[in-house]
Design a protein around this ligand. Sequence first.
Ligand SMILES: Cc1cc2nc3c(=O)[nH]c(=O)nc-3n(C[C@H](O)[C@H](O)[C@H](O)COP(=O)(O)O)c2cc1C
Length: 187
Amino acid sequence: METLKLLQTRFSEKKLVEPAPSRAELNEIFKAALRVPDHGSLKPYHFYVVEGQEQLQKLSDLMLDCCRELDLPEKFQDKAKKFATRAPQVIVVVAKIDPNHKKAPAWEQLVTAGCATYATQVAANALGYDNVWITAKWVQGTAIRAHFNCEADDQIVAFILSGTAKERKEREDKKLNYLDDYVTYLD
Ligand SMILES: Cc1cc2nc3c(=O)[nH]c(=O)nc-3n(C[C@H](O)[C@H](O)[C@H](O)COP(=O)(O)O)c2cc1C
């Protein structure tokens, strides 16, 4: 699909089934993610690809642990229990933050990790796949942070649920109707 059209019509899909991007396709996707703007060329992110029932179930169990640790309401526990069945692949994006970097403060590094997440989503879309970026409060849980090797200042910024939409929505650009609310030209 034409690049501009893809960017203008991107949307999330939450009901995801097989197929998900293959290893070779993921390599192409991550090559796109690694080209996002990056003050200081720090590459302040790491991607973990979680696939297969065993690993997805492990992640679901960890989420449940974190719900208990953080005393999250029942609805989060229900979501955690169902997590392993939500998508065939989950791409976890961890912002690897150096709080003492001279040029790029922590917030800039976090923004770069966010850009890398978005680039991952859109690159997968360009290959014909669908996804949704979720987080939820369990990203602060001790067990999940440890599972993804988070150091003290690191932050899990995304679980990208990845696969193919069960029933793909039509692409539309209706969200471009209210540009004036978000854009001001100072001329
Ligand atoms: C940092 C971040 C965290 C998000 N966390 C969640 C989440 O936990 N659950 C959720 O349903 N959507 C979450 N979203 C929003 C979805 O990714 C998505 O953008 C939203 O459902 C709107 O759909 P659209 O992308 O098709 O416009 C998050 C988005 C961002 C940028």
